[in-house]
Design a binder for this molecule. Structure first.
Ligand SMILES: [Zn+2]
Length: 338
């Protein structure tokens, strides 16, 4: 038996209207019309799903949304088609349903012309484009394990945790200074889910496990980082300002430095800077320059660019003071006196 579809009922539509009005007022103003279909997975004789009702790129998902082309609109269809996994919908709470619909509606991006007016197609319907996810991860665990810091997997994970850790893993991190006193962990909730097993439940469980594994991986990455820094003294927080062998170290405030090492007639550049949880480090294989000034210039430039990016993102708390100290030291180095 294949996947079957039925039109969504009034309740689903009213929830969608509510979410659209609250979070997507442009779509509401434009009266974007949705065809909403509930997808029912094929079931065995015991009512157990045999296959996922909805798949995107081979991956089961709770819902998908697709902008309908002009030709279909001309034939009287809506502006976009929203497919919802009926079983998963039934098992979801209202907040979960709202989050799912909000996610799907995020994918609809109404277009404006140069004057800022809404664009429409030849049917007079609003022109929509697909807005892509802010984050799409394509990671192999094995590659992360085999290549660690050198892998795109771990590099993206680190950057992601640095910039968005609080947003996405706030639930996973124990409160600072907390001992064993923690609220119910996801694992406990997952044990309860195990009591009823459907493919959707299994999927939800696996997703939660992956999220947990990811959070664990972040912890491991940070721990490894700390261990490595302890070993090499590469972290300005941990070093006592003790320069590496033969290196000529210039401290930039208390949390950043540039090392120039004269080796085999060349000048090797290494630098590191920390502001809060954000950090910058030169590549493991040092870049070499013909003159000390060139190496210093490259280090200054890198740190300056990094500070510029951080400034754009905005500093929190004491981070501004750290950044100011680094900037002042850089300015000092760049001033004609040097
Ligand atoms: Zn999506």
């Amino acid at each position: 038996m294949p996947v079957t579809y039925e039109k969504a009922d009034h309740e689903v539509h009213s929830l969608i209207r509510r979410v659209m009005k609250q979070y997507h007022p442009d779509l509401a103003t434009l009266e974007v019309k949705l065809c909403v279909l509930m997808a029912n997975a094929p079931k065995d004789e015991h009512g157990q799903p045999l296959a996922p009702a909805i798949k995107l790129h081979g991956v089961p998902c709770a819902a998908t949304i697709q902008i309908l082309p002009y030709k279909q609109r001309a034939a009287g269809r809506e502006d976009a088609e929203l497919l919802i996994d009926a079983d998963q919908w039934k098992m979801s709470t209202d907040p979960q349903r709202e989050a799912l619909i909000d996610h799907e509606l995020m994918h609809l991006d109404p277009q404006r012309d140069e004057e800022g007016a809404w664009k429409s197609d030849d049917c007079g319907r609003p022109k929509l484009k697909t807005r892509h996810h802010d984050f799409d991860f394509g990671w192999f665990r094995a590659v992360a394990e085999r290549h660690a810091d050198a892998s795109g997997e771990v590099q993206q994970a680190k950057a992601f945790a640095d910039e968005n850790g609080q947003t996405f893993f706030g639930w996973a991190a124990p409160p600072a200074g907390a001992g064993i006193e923690q609220g119910p962990t996801p694992t406990v909730a997952m044990d309860k889910l195990n009591e009823i097993v459907t493919p959707e439940m299994q999927q939800a469980r696996e997703e939660a496990e992956r999220a947990q594994e990811y959070a664990d991986m972040m912890d491991a990455v940070e721990a490894a980082d700390r261990a490595e820094d302890d070993a090499t003294g590469a972290c300005p927080h941990l070093s006592d300002g003790e320069p590496a062998a033969k290196a000529d170290r210039v401290m930039l405030g208390e949390t950043a430095w540039i090392d120039i090492t004269h080796r085999d007639g060349k000048y090797e550049l290494a630098y590191a800077a920390n502001i809060g949880r954000q950090s910058l480090k030169s590549a493991e294989t040092p870049r070499t320059f013909n003159t000390r000034a060139d190496a210093m210039g490259a280090g200054i430039e890198d740190i300056d660019v990094w500070l510029g990016v951080l400034t754009q993102k905005g500093f929190r708390g004491g981070q501004q003071a750290q950044a100011d100290a680094i900037k002042a030291a850089l300015d000092d180095l760049l001033s004609p006196a040097h």
